[in-house]
Design a protein around this ligand. Structure first.
Ligand code: FES
Length: 167
């Protein structure tokens, strides 16, 4: 079967080859690991947050595709120097736009990056024991599409079982 290459933007290819802020952050204030139910790939997002709730550093690890690496990399640059509220408000469409657009089949990869960031921010406030008024009570679309490892494992094992039954 022949496969034609996906129409990735130049920016995506550049970030894929040379991602910024890649790697685990040992002294992170908070982190979140999340996986995509669409493809089963995982990402970890790390934030260093100062006493004024400003993100001073962000980094990521990705076990996803080029689109995920590029959007996560872009996101780490976009959130640096931003307050948690400003970072929260960055949606997957903003990130997709910053990387020059995403092929339709790769939109979920950008959603995963934003979802992991939001999960990290939510976790930060959960540990503090309060919820700022700008943070919605219920999980946003992006967070729901960035599942915690256990939830993802359950979905994948359910799919595998269904697949086996269908044999
Ligand atoms: Fe899984 Fe892109 S296909 S993150």
């Amino acid at each position: 079967m022949s496969r034609s290459p996906l129409p990735y933007s130049r920016k995506i290819l550049e970030l894929f080859r040379n991602p910024r802020n890649l790697g685990r952050m040992e002294d992170a204030t908070v982190s979140a690991t999340a996986g995509s139910p669409a493809c089963g790939d995982m990402i970890a997002f790390y934030l260093k947050i100062d006493e004024n709730s400003v993100i001073t550093r962000a980094s990521f690890e990705s076990y996803g595709c080029a689109a995920n690496i590029a959007t996560a990399s872009m996101l780490t640059e976009m959130v640096e120097g931003k307050s948690l509220e400003e970072a929260w408000k960055i949606g997957w469409k903003d990130v997709a736009e910053e990387v020059g657009g995403l092929p339709a089949v790769k939109l979920h990869c950008g959603v995963l990056a934003v979802g992991a960031l939001r999960r990290a921010i939510r976790e930060f406030f959960r540990r503090k024991g309060f919820k700022p008024e700008w943070m919605p009570e219920n999980e946003t679309f992006e967070e729901k599409q960035a599942l915690e490892e256990e939830e993802l494992a359950k979905i994948i094992s359910r799919r595998v079982k269904l697949g086996e039954e269908g044999k």
